[in-house]
Design a protein around this ligand. Structure first.
Ligand code: ATP
Length: 363
C-alpha cells in the first residue's frame, strides 16, 4: 500500500533535519514490499512568506489535506514577521485548519540521555502527555479584548472536542499497554477544584473512563502534576490536559529529557496528523551542521507507528520500533552525538549512525 506524505521542510534548521529523516524513511520503505511512501513537498513558512507574501499557500493546505500523513520540521524565523509584528507559524494554522485536537508529546528518557533527574534503579521515564490543541485558553488567541484598564481572554472547553480527546487518550493507553509500555492508566490533569469549566472537563473524562474497564484512570490538579513530573515522573503513563496547561507541562517534559533535541511530537485529529519535532527552527545554529536530527527522526517514527496502527500494517509498526531503537542505541552508546547532547558530531554524522544500525555498515 502506498501512503502519500506531505512534507513541510520549514525554516532555519528545518530542511537540514528533514533531509536525513526522509532519506531513512525512503530506505526503510525500499527494503520492504509491505508498504511504500510517496513524498510531496508543501512549500510554507517564514522564508516562503518573505519570498512570496504567503506563509501557508492554499495549495500546500490542499496537499496536506489529501495526504495520509504530514511531516513537518520547524517553521518560523524571529526576523521575518507579519506586518502586525506577530510570528509566522503555519504549523498552528494547520492545527486549526485540520482540527488536530490531540497534541501528543512522548516524554522518554533513554539510557545515556542527559537528564536533570536522578532516576532510581528499576524506574524509567516513559510517559505521554496529550495536550488538547484547538481550544482551551487558546480559544481567543489573537482576539482577546484589551482596554486601557483590563484584558480578557476566554477559555473554551467543548463536549465534542473533549470526548474525542479522551477517547484518543484511552485508545493510546490501550495501545501502549498492549505493546508492553505503560500500565494502562490515563490521568486527567485539570483544575477542577477551582474552575467549573474543568469540573465539566473532568465529568466528560469520567464518562469516557467508564467505557474502558480494562484501563485505570485517575485525576490530578495541574499544579501537583508539575511537582510530580519532577519528583516521580516514572509513575505517569498517559496524561491528558487542556491546551495551556499542556503547553506548559510539555516544556517541563522536554526539560526532563535534557532538552529539545530528542523530543518528538504529533498533532492528531480524526482524519489528519502532523508529525514534527518539539523544537523551533533554531536560527542560531542553522546552516552549520550542528542541528540534532533525532527529534525529527523520532517524529518520523511516530508517523510510521500511527500509519501502521491506522492501516493495520505490522511492517510499519516494526519499522517505527526499529527506528526508535536505533536512536536509543546511538544515544545510549554515545556513538554520534551532536553538540546539544555533549558530542561533536554533525547532523549528517548523527543521522548516518542511525542509518548504519538500521541498514548495516557501509550504508
Ligand atoms: P519556537 O518558539 O519556534 O519553538 P524557540 O524559541 O523555543 O522556538 P528553538 O528554535 O527551539 O527556540 O531553539 C531553542 C534553543 O535550542 C536554541 O539555542 C537552539 O539552537 C536549540 N535547539 C533547538 N533545536 C535544536 C536541535 N535540533 N539541535 C540542536 N539544538 C537545537
Amino acid at each position: 500500500m502506498i501512503h502519500s506524505i506531505a512534507v513541510f521542510h520549514g525554516d532555519g534548521i528545518g530542511p537540514e533535519i528533514m533531509a536525513p529523516a526522509l532519506a531513512i524513511l525512503k530506505r526503510l520503505a525500499d527494503r520492504t514490499d509491505a508498504y511504500d511512501l510517496n513524498f510531496q513537498d508543501a512549500p510554507a513558512g517564514a522564508t516562503h512568506y518573505a519570498q512570496t507574501g504567503d506563509a501557508l499557500p492554499a495549495q500546500s493546505i490542499e496537499i496536506a489535506k489529501k495526504a495520509d500523513a504530514i511531516l513537518l520540521s520547524a517553521m518560523g524565523l524571529p526576523d521575518i514577521r507579519y506586518a502586525d509584528g506577530t510570528e509566522i507559524s503555519p504549523q498552528i494554522d494547520l492545527r486549526k485548519e485540520l482540527t488536530l485536537f490531540a497534541g501528543v508529546r512522548p516524554v522518554t528518557v533513554r539510557r545515556g540521555q542527559p537528564t536533570p533527574l536522578k532516576i532510581p534503579p528499576g524506574k524509567e521515564i516513559d510517559f505521554v502527555l496529550i495536550r488538547e490543541s484547538t481550544e482551551g485558553l487558546f480559544h481567543t488567541q489573537g482576539r482577546g479584548e484589551v482596554t486601557q484598564d483590563e484584558a480578557r481572554e476566554t477559555l473554551l472547553i467543548t463536549r465534542d472536542i473533549s470526548e474525542k480527546l479522551f477517547r484518543f487518550a484511552f485508545d493510546l493507553a490501550h495501545t501502549r499497554k498492549k505493546a508492553g509500555r505503560g500500565i494502562g492508566r490515563v490521568t486527567c490533569v485539570d483544575k477542577a477544584n477551582v474552575f467549573r469549566a474543568f469540573a465539566f472537563f473532568r465529568d466528560i473524562f469520567d464518562a469516557e473512563a467508564a467505557e474502558h474497564p480494562d484501563l485505570q484512570s485517575d485525576h490530578a490538579y495541574v499544579d501537583a502534576t508539575a511537582l510530580w513530573m519532577v519528583q516521580k515522573p516514572w509513575d505517569f503513563d498517559v496524561m491528558v490536559t487542556e491546551n495551556m496547561f499542556g503547553d506548559i507541562l510539555s516544556d517541563l517534559g522536554a526539560g526532563l529529557m535534557g532538552g529539545l533535541g530528542l523530543a518528538p511530537s504529533a498533532d492528531i485529529g480524526l482524519h489528519h496528523a502532523v508529525f514534527q519535532p518539539c523544537h523551533g527552527s533554531a536560527p542560531d545554529i542553522a546552516g552549520q551542521g550542528l542541528a540534532n536530527p533525532f527529534a525529527m527522526i523520532l517524529s518520523a517514527a511516530m508517523m510510521l507507528d500511527w500509519l501502521g496502527i491506522r492501516h493495520s500494517n505490522d511492517a510499519m509498526i516494526n519499522d517505527a520500533q526499529n527506528l526508535r531503537q536505533a536512536v536509543d542505541h546511538v544515544v545510549g552508546t554515545g556513538t554520534a552525538l551532536t553538540r546539544d547532547l555533549g558530542g561533536v558530531s554533525t547532523t549528517q554524522q548523527a543521522a548516518h549512525a542511525v542509518a548504519q544500525i538500521l541498514f548495516g555498515a557501509g550504508s
